[in-house]
Ligand binder design. Structure first.
Ligand SMILES: [Fe+2]
Length: 395
């Protein structure tokens, strides 16, 4: 009969056996192997403030630390979730200041939150693109292109939000020179053509707007998009052949969008509207439900894989948001099948909850929130089978 041993004894024996196998003749000490995390090591080298939060009431009010190389102050929003492929960087360039020139093997979107200034972007120093940006501008730094940003005001700081795929790139290649000193030119992702950062673009089917510089996202024209529900309009961006994605959506007063889920890392920033919120949850019973209230300048990041999220306009004006999200083809979104299925219902094999299938508390809460803000909710038309409502709407 086998002698019974307890779990601790077994673990100790297994450890000893491993050590015996690992020891070479003459080796007296076996130490732990340390696998570096190049992304976290980079943040440490930069000495920049790290923020581990995924919902922000106002990006303009977030306190920043020192980030001299970027032109003044900054912080990196680094949610402690290892499958996150992207990060969010907040940077403020001092009045009259500028960043140091740099290039890197990761993609970067820049959305300007306040102030005005100029960007120079190049792969050949003799042929720089230089253009002016202001609050509301969105542009991209093509992968490995050199760039430098300048504050155009001598008296006001300029603050921007950058979403990059630095975490996955650094962790895949694990080599600082490859990321920061790589001579490769992506001539298919960058062009010297005069209109490359001209502020124009080209419209394609399915609401795709191809452009590398959008002067004012809060005011740009959008196009209809029925699948996400309740009269929304939208534009999908194609910028510098990026693998990471960007789009802008707007939905009318008194409406909300359908809940859905996909991989982590979608950054949603509110551009217009006066009241609203997002709901986020991962458990079917919603025991971890988080309500993130928003106003212009709020940011919500989908913090983990398969996290349901749903956006609500409970204010008296149309609400527009910018979404900066991880890669195409779902390849950088660990949740299988998404984001392709993120606007297809569960019944059809996707990852979207149709209005008719959602928890009744979603509509109840929304109608309460609308009434608080003197907005008229108009979602009951989507619930013809709903027998009773918690909220009594004024007639
Ligand atoms: Fe989403």
């Amino acid at each position: 009969m086998l002698a019974r041993i307890n779990r601790e004894e077994w673990a100790a024996m297994a450890d000893d056996a491993d050590i015996i196998r690992a020891k070479e003749p003459g080796v007296t000490e076996v130490i732990e192997f340390h696998k570096p995390d190049p992304y976290v090591d980079w943040i440490d080298r930069e000495g920049v403030l790290r923020i581990e939060e995924f919902a922000f009431d106002d990006l303009l009010a977030v306190e920043l630390g020192v980030w001299k190389r970027k032109g003044g102050k900054g912080a990196i929003i680094n949610i402690p979730y290892e499958s996150l492929t992207n990060d969010t960087q907040l940077v403020e360039i001092d009045p009259g200041g500028n960043s140091e020139p740099e290039h890197h093997m990761y993609e970067e979107y820049i959305y300007v939150l306040s102030g005005r200034g100029a960007a120079s972007i190049w792969i050949d120093e003799k042929q720089k693109h230089t253009f002016e940006w202001t609050a509301g501008s969105l542009f991209t730094i093509p992968i490995n292109a050199s760039y430098q940003l300048f504050n155009g005001s001598g008296s006001e700081p300029a603050r921007y939000m950058a979403v990059t795929n630095a975490p996955i790139m650094m962790r895949l290649f694990m080599n600082n020179d490859f990321i920061w000193n790589n001579p490769f030119n992506f001539t298919d992702r960058y062009s010297d053509a005069e209109d490359f950062y001209g502020g124009g673009g080209k419209l394609y089917a399915r609401r795709v707007w191809a452009s590398n510089f959008i002067p004012n996202v809060p005011d740009m024209p959008l196009y209809s998009w029925d699948r996400r529900g309740a009269g929304g309009i939208n534009a999908m961006f194609e910028m510098a052949g990026n693998s990471s994605r960007a789009h802008v959506s707007e939905f009318p007063v008194g409406t909300y969008k359908k809940a859905h889920r996909h991989g982590p890392g979608a950054n949603l920033m509110l551009l217009s509207g006066d009241a609203g919120y997002s709901l986020l949850w991962t458990k079917e019973d919603k025991s971890d439900l988080r309500k993130a209230d928003w106003k212009v300048g709020s940011l919500v990041i989908v913090p983990s894989d398969g996290c349901y999220h749903q956006h609500f306009n409970s204010g008296s004006r149309r609400a527009r948001y910018l979404a900066l999200t991880p890669g195409r083809f779902g390849m950088m979104a660990p949740f299988s099948g998404a984001p392709q299925g993120a606007d297809t219902s569960f019944e059809e094999g996707g990852y979207q909850i149709e209005y008719r299938n959602e928890d009744p508390m979603i509509l109840d809460l929304f109608e309460e929130e609308c009434l608080k803000h003197d907005a008229t909710p108009v979602m009951r038309d989507f619930f013809p089978d709903r027998k009773s409502f918690k909220v009594t709407l004024p007639s």
